[in-house]
Design a protein around this ligand. Structure first.
Ligand SMILES: Cc1cc2nc3c(=O)[nH]c(=O)nc-3n(C[C@H](O)[C@H](O)[C@H](O)COP(=O)(O)O)c2cc1C
Length: 351
């Protein structure tokens, strides 16, 4: 059983935050299958989000789908909990934005990003995995957020403060591996769990995630450690959990192609025989799911934007099926909802 602060997850399989992908519409697709212990938002810049609201009176679009505290029952019942990821390198906006999230939205975890390797975030903004070079600064930032979330949780009458977690990489580069100090600094700051993606920032997504080093983090700290990187199948997820002693396994890219991967992993872990647990939905079912995904996006976006977004997701749905390539070539050229639906109808791959 994976417990993060006061939050008990129903399974140890967590969805990875993915900017540009892990929005409300996609999270709803995952929810259809279940098996996922914790959902994650896309990362949001604390200062940027606060500024957007102050100046433009507009909320960050990535908040779409977050239930408002003023309109919701405080008990979120059997729903899958949601973790919101924020990033910055200054304590004040991080503390302010996290408190705002707790006060105004019904979310279950605040996650700090110390793993983003993107040039603009690392080299320009000196945020994300840049901060892995400075464990003391990570400590100060995490501590500020833990305190702020504690206070905000109390102010809205929560019995227990929402847990604050952090996601990190092994270091900025192979010759500056700081995962030991970084994980220890986060634990000392009062963070409730740490996710480790077993790569350096410089590696971006190349090479392979180093699960031995993830296991080493587990041996160094007492709070739960969630391992992440290169889990492509449900049996691999269960294997990682059992082999590396981690408390949870986070899955990103594989879930774009197979949103049912968490369900499969949870079933395998529960002892369901492989032949039953690993059954794949039919091509027909996937086609329906893809159209459902598109309709969800249309609720939140203009038609052109929804189609643009779907041009990224739709090819994932066909992976592994016959004529997937042909479908991909056609679907990435669509620009209206009508065209999109027609291409799906005509070209979606078959078994
Ligand atoms: C398109 C994309 C966007 C991502 N965005 C984020 C993000 O917003 N925050 C974050 O912590 N990690 C982000 N990641 C990293 C993933 O959360 C995860 O650590 C990484 O993909 C490795 O896991 P995987 O091999 O299961 O995909 C992103 C990864 C991808 C591929």
């Amino acid at each position: 059983m994976l417990q993060i602060g006061s939050l008990i997850l129903s399974t140890p399989f967590l969805q990875a935050p993915m900017a540009g992908f892990s929005n409300d519409a996609w999270r709803r697709i995952l929810t259809r299958f279940g098996g996922v212990g914790l959902l994650a938002s896309e990362m949001m810049h604390a200062r940027g989000s606060l500024e957007m609201e102050r100046r433009r009176k507009a909320l960050h679009g990535r908040l779409f789908g977050f239930p408002l505290r003023s309109e919701s029952e405080s008990d979120f019942g059997a729903k899958i909990p949601l973790s919101v990821q924020i990033w910055d390198n200054q304590a004040e906006p991080l503390a302010e934005f996290s408190a705002k999230l707790v006060r105004e939205y019904v979310v279950q975890v605040i996650d700090l990003n110390f793993g983003c390797p993107a040039h603009d975030v690392v080299q320009k903004a000196h945020c994300g995995s840049w901060l892995l070079q400075f464990p003391d600064q990570m400590h100060a930032l995490a501590h500020a957020v833990v305190e702020s979330v504690r206070e905000a949780s109390r102010s809205v009458g929560l019995a227990e403060p929402l847990p604050v977690t952090a996601k990190m990489r092994l270091g900025i580069s192979a010759d500056r591996l700081t995962y030991r100090e970084a994980a220890q600094a986060l634990e000392a700051a009062g963070v409730s769990a740490v996710t480790v993606h077993g790569r350096t920032a410089r590696q971006m997504y190349s090479g392979e995630a180093d699960w031995e080093k993830i296991a080493e983090v587990k041996s160094l700290i007492k709070i739960p450690v969630i391992g992440n990187g290169d889990v492509r199948t449900a049996p691999q997820a269960v294997h990682a959990l059992k082999t590396f002693g981690v408390d949870g396994v986070m899955i990103g890219r594989a879930a774009l192609n197979e949103p049912w991967i968490f369900r499969q992993a949870a079933d395998l872990l529960a002892g369901v025989p492989e032949k039953d647990a690993l059954k794949r939905p039919t091509a027909e079912f996937q086609r329906g799911l893809l159209l459902e995904h598109f309709e969800s996006l249309l609720e939140a976006h203009e038609e052109a934007e929804a189609v643009m977004l779907m041009r990224k997701y739709a090819p994932c749905y066909g992976v592994g099926l016959k004529n997937a390539r042909k479908f991909r070539i056609q679907v990435v050229k669509t620009s209206t909802a009508e065209e999109f639906r027609r291409v799906v109808k005509e070209f979606f791959p078959t078994e």
